[in-house]
Design a protein around this ligand. Structure first.
Ligand code: ZN
Length: 197
C-alpha cells in the first residue's frame, strides 16, 4: 500500500526504533507508548487486518508476537504483558495495517486489564445460545475463505444443546471465577447488533 504508514516503516522510508526483523515480520517501538517498551509487531506484507492473513502466516505472526512479548517483559523488567489487537475502525484500529501491541504492564499501575475497555453486557441464556449458533455457523466459512486450495478442513465440534458450555456455569460451582470469565467475555457482545428471533 503506497500510503500505508506501517508499510513505509517496514521499508525504512519512515524511520523507526526497530526492535526485531525477519523475512516476514517487523517490530518497532510505538511512538506513543502506553508504557516504556511498548512495541508494535507487524507483517511486512500489507494486510488491513489479521482476518485477511492466510492460516500459515497468521500462525507465524503469533509466534513472533510471543517471542517479542517474552523479550519485552524481561527487558523492561515488567510484571506482565498486555497484547492488544484491533481490527477495523469499529474496534478502534487507527492504522489499517494488521498489528499487535505488546505492552509491558506493572503491578503498580491500573486499570489491571484490557477488559476495562468495554462495559459488560447483560445477556439471557437464549441470547448466549443464539450467539454461539451464529458464530459456529460461520466457523466453517472462515476456514474455507482462508484456504484457496481444497484441503481437509477441521470441523467445528458438533454441538449438543444439552452440553453447551453456557450450561456449565451452573454445573461447576467450584470454578466460579472461570465461569464468570466466560460470562464476562460473552457479555461483551453487543446485543443491539443481533436480531434475536
Ligand atoms: Zn501497510
Amino acid at each position: 500500500m503506497d500510503e500505508c504508514l506501517f508499510c513505509k516503516i517496514v521499508t525504512g522510508e519512515i524511520p523507526s526504533q526497530k526492535v526485531y526483523e525477519d523475512s516476514e515480520f517487523f517490530a518497532f517501538l510505538d511512538i506513543n507508548p502506553r508504557n516504556p517498551g511498548h512495541t508494535l509487531v507487524v507483517p511486512k506484507k500489507h494486510y488491513n487486518t489479521v482476518m485477511e492473513m492466510d492460516d500459515h502466516e497468521a500462525g507465524e505472526f503469533f509466534k513472533v508476537v510471543k517471542k517479542i512479548a517474552i523479550a519485552v517483559k524481561k527487558g523492561m523488567n515488567a510484571d506482565g504483558i498486555s497484547l492488544g489487537q484491533s481490527n477495523e475502525r469499529a474496534a478502534g484500529q487507527v492504522i489499517p495495517h494488521a498489528h499487535f501491541h505488546v505492552i509491558p504492564r506493572f503491578l503498580t499501575e491500573g486499570p489491571p486489564g484490557l477488559e476495562s475497555i468495554l462495559p459488560t453486557k447483560k445477556m439471557t441464556n437464549e441470547m448466549l445460545e443464539k450467539s454461539v449458533k451464529v458464530i459456529q455457523e460461520n466457523i466453517g466459512a472462515s476456514v474455507q475463505a482462508s484456504r484457496p486450495e481444497p484441503a481437509p478442513e477441521p470441523q467445528p465440534e458438533p454441538s449438543e444443546p444439552e452440553t453447551e458450555p453456557v450450561t456449565e456455569s451452573t454445573s461447576e460451582p467450584a470454578s466460579e471465577e472461570s465461569s464468570n470469565g466466560v460470562d464476562r467475555e460473552l457479555k461483551k457482545i453487543d446485543d443491539e447488533k443481533f436480531s434475536f428471533e
